[in-house]
Design a protein around this ligand. Structure first.
Ligand SMILES: [Mn+2]
Length: 357
């Protein structure tokens, strides 16, 4: 970014005062429950661990992390294992044991974030924009949503930095890995705050553990799923579509989308797959294109939820019936919408096998 052409940032309370506000709120409470979206990704896990660290160091309060879904991706499982992250199941958590509730990397009302009844969220730290957002700064005592930042982990790391707190190697490694995954190694959706956060964490990272998290062993099923996915790729001019049909997990859909964006000449990837009754969609675009707009255009007319930031977006659509015909019809509707949004004529997609021949 050229500093001479950068517009003056919008006026907002300084990060220092945000760290102070968060600290004051936490000091008025006894026990914090940190929640993420259903199947947490590294940025939400890193942000959650970082917030627990902030609560411990800034306010001396105890906290737990609870999730409602599963840790799915091999890298994410390695992150939990290597860093010894402790987490509880949200449905087995006794809510009355806590007097403070935080959501990290997501917001109340988002489709992938079920919140148990009776919970009033006190802290929201996130960087997503989403049409489903049901609350704002007036509804939540500490509401810190910054869509211009590449990773929630960066926001949390900066709160530690502004409060002059030194995170443990465990928290620093988790935060740094969260930043790396959401910004594709500081190459996409990256702001100055992300860079500052990474620099702050850098000397405190456990590099051996970070390497073990980044390149874990992958199950054979992963390669089988990848082979199936690649057979379903449809190549248009600058756009790659891939509907996996039934997929092993929402994470697999996202991984395939990430991988396909690396193909030469591809400007946007629209990838989907059915898991249970939910059809998950991941959109990736080259820098400068808005992934969320493309996802919204693709999902137009569908009952679902979606969110995103910069060149990354994701969503899900719940199907009434998950039979093959309903799935095919949905895939065709999505494809038609996406092609229309990008002004691409339909009907002449190539497959990867075509290109081989
Ligand atoms: Mn994130």
């Amino acid at each position: 970014m050229n500093p001479t052409t950068r517009p003056t940032p919008a006026v907002r309370p300084s990060t220092g005062s945000q760290a102070q506000r968060l600290r004051d709120l936490l000091r008025s409470r006894k026990r914090l429950l940190v929640m993420t979206h259903k199947n947490p990704d590294p940025d939400s896990l890193g942000g959650a661990l970082g917030l627990q660290e902030f609560a411990r160091l800034a306010a001396g309060i105890d906290s737990r992390l609870a999730i409602s879904g599963k840790i799915l991706r091999a890298e994410n499982q390695a992150m939990v294992r290597e860093l010894g992250m402790q987490m509880d199941r949200l449905d087995q958590t006794k809510i009355t044991d806590f007097d403070c509730f935080a959501l990290v990397d997501t917001q109340p009302g988002f489709g992938h974030t079920p919140i148990p009844a009776g919970i009033q969220v006190d802290i929201v730290i996130d960087h997503h924009v989403c049409a489903d957002a049901k609350c704002g700064p007036d509804d939540v005592p500490y509401f810190d949503v910054r869509p211009d930042i590449g990773a929630t982990s960066s926001i949390v790391a900066n709160l530690l930095l502004e409060a002059n707190l030194v995170p443990s190697a465990q928290a620093a490694t988790a935060l740094a890995y969260g930043i790396r995954t959401d910004t594709a190694d500081l190459s996409r959706n990256v702001s100055e705050l992300d860079l500052r956060a990474f620099e702050f964490l850098s000397p405190r990272i456990d590099r051996q553990k970070l390497a073990a998290i980044t390149n874990p062993r992958l199950p054979v099923a992963y390669f089988q799923a990848l082979k199936d996915a690649l057979q379903k790729v449809r190549l248009y001019d600058g756009l790659t579509l891939c509907s996996l049909g039934r997929a092993t997990s929402a994470e697999m859909v996202a991984e395939v989308a990430d991988l396909l964006l690396r193909m030469e000449g591809v400007r946007a990837v629209f990838c989907g797959g059915l898991v249970g009754q939910s059809y998950y969609v991941s959109v990736r675009t080259e820098i400068g294109m808005d992934a969320w707009s493309l996802l919204r255009a693709g999902m137009e007319g569908e009952q679902g939820s979606c969110g995103g930031h910069g060149s990354v977006a994701g969503g899900s659509i719940v199907l009434d019936s998950a039979d093959q015909r309903a799935l095919r019809r949905l895939e065709r509707r999505l494809e038609r919408n996406v092609l229309r949004a990008l002004g691409i004529a339909g009907g002449n997609a190539a497959s990867l096998t075509d290109r081989d021949e």
